[in-house]
Design a protein around this ligand. Sequence first.
Ligand code: ADP
Ligand code: F6P
Length: 457
Amino acid sequence: MGLIVVSNREPYAPRRNEDGTLTWVPSIGGLTAALDPALQQAGGTWIAWGEERADIRAVDLPQEEPRYRLERLRLSEAEVRDFYHGFSNRALWPMSHYFIERAKYQGSGWRAYVNVNRRFAEAAVRSYREGDLIWVHDYQLALVPRLIREALPEARIGFFWHIPWPSSEVFRTLPWDREVLDGILGADLIGMHTPEYVGHFLSACRRALNAETGEGEVRWKDRVSRVVDRPIGIEVETFEQLAASPEVEEAADRLRRTLQTQILLGVDRLDYTKGIPERLEAFDTFLDRHPEARGRVTLVQIAVPSRERVESYRQLRTQVEGLVGRINGKHTEGGWAPIQYIYRGVGREELVAHYRAADVMLVTPLRDGLNLVAKEFTACSADGVLVLSRFAGAADELPEAVQVNPYSPERVADHLLGALNMPLEEKKARLERLRARLHESDLHAWANGFVRELAGE
Ligand code: ADP
Ligand code: F6P
């Protein structure tokens, strides 16, 4: 029995070195961060969009020790524009995160979405051997389960939706609500991060399709799909070990020595769902209210570029850069600047060193399917405080975090003061309880559990 994973984003992208050789660089984002280690353990085939150098059709990864085969689908310029930047990221993404005023529902995007979903499904069907399990991922590929089901009625098909599933009031603004639901219901097992998302999904099935639903299941077209909440975990031990390694300790020390202040940290894809401008405003409010904190605390914001061909992402970049400039201009004094802004992805070691050095981690999305950064910080920190938005899917699992409403910069500023001044014992006690929760269900338990449920074990 083999495993076939299907996702839009590929786990590694090829980059040409100066000597002409290729290096496969890990992609940044929650989905690939979670699935790559899972597939390295299980082995199998991963089908994804080959964004760079699409002439390379298949490769064994990771290169030093091939553990699985990556099949790379080539998309045309028009498909990338209308399917990826268009329907996926201008319609489904904003709608699912409750930003309906940003959603553009265009027929051309929908048609491209249907065609590209068909191409992914055909690739999965070509790879399939009897007894294989097929696991399709995320909002870019919602029609794939149904399309595979039509070709392979007996196949075991799983689907995981990595982003929020919104209230059916919001979901039904989508002109193709029925088609998307029907597509997903081609799967035997459907996973989401929280019980709320599952509840919203079941309600959408009832209201848009008039389908019969029961406790965690939907009956549709003479089949029953199970719908379960299974929040993704991280490789807790790998992060813990890396965080405690001498190289990371040294890098974290260097960072502390360079800044010479308490450190607040933000790590995100540059996405309007992540609440970065609101976070910067909260910090500005904090400095206004507590002038004595000037020179004593620095916000390090690491933002990796994302989806830059979508207008709202370009606008966000301009907005964030403007805010950083304004806030630094207002508060900088005596060689200290309040915000260090890093506009790029950083490598794993550097990332973990930042987690380790941070006094307070600010994870304040306006809406987030789960948020792995919150879990990664928890695994890496020795005595830091996690400030977490109540609108991140991970909030239910991490109740000992300082939970905030990111829509209120003033309230967040209040919580910042509390977090920066939290007694060491309380910080350690909270982290210990949070860390215990991470160990209860780590990444491998999540992936193996889902695959076993899909196999009917
Ligand atoms: P999303 O899936 O929306 O990107 P998550 O927080 O779930 O959000 O996952 C983001 C993943 O990308 C995490 O594994 C995190 O470590 C990584 N990441 C995010 N921003 C950066 C960055 N600036 N540099 C390096 N890695 C990043
Ligand atoms: O985790 C949610 C998600 O949308 C994934 O589907 C995606 O791979 C990741 O965020 C990063 O986005 P993108 O693939 O558009 O760069």
